[in-house]
Design a protein. Sequence first.
Length: 170
Amino acid sequence: MHFFDLIKKRRSIRSFKKLGVEDEKLERLINAANLAPSAGNLQAYEMVAVTNEQLKEDLVESAFGQKFIAEAPVVFVFLQDIKRSRDRYGDRGDFYSFQDAIIANTYLQLAAVELNLGTCWVGAFDEERVKELLGTEKRPVIITPVGYPAKGAGHETRRREVDDMVKFFD
Ligand SMILES: Cc1cc2nc3c(=O)[nH]c(=O)nc-3n(C[C@H](O)[C@H](O)[C@H](O)COP(=O)(O)O)c2cc1C
């Protein structure tokens, strides 16, 4: 798909078919995330792919009851690897590793559109609870459920006028 068509097609999907995601597609999503840029090419993030039903339900609870998360056959959690980035960049590493996780997740979400899959960016969750569930000390940044969109899932959303948001300095 042409890139500009793809970014127009992408929308948040909050309802999924009861259909698994093929391993080959999962691999392609992960490899797409892996192509994202990162500060110093350190890739200071981790991807956790959750398919366990109980753990998905626990993630729903950690995300304040956002039930659609568990409807997806696979739920990715992107973790920030602060230490990895701090070891090279000191305090700035916090900021860089956060961005590393975000851009990698963005690549994964856009690749999903190309593969006819749907995702939703979930940022509202209890970080400490997610850490506990995944048995990690790394900071969870985004939860991304992935699956085939249910019929009629997703709708076009409005955007601000770009004139409100862009300043040109000539
Ligand atoms: C940082 C961030 C946090 C978000 N958190 C949530 C969330 O917790 N739950 C949810 O349903 N959508 C969440 N979204 C998705 C937005 O609601 C959605 O992107 C926005 O309404 C525009 O809709 P669209 O993605 O369909 O274009 C989040 C998006 C971003 C970028």
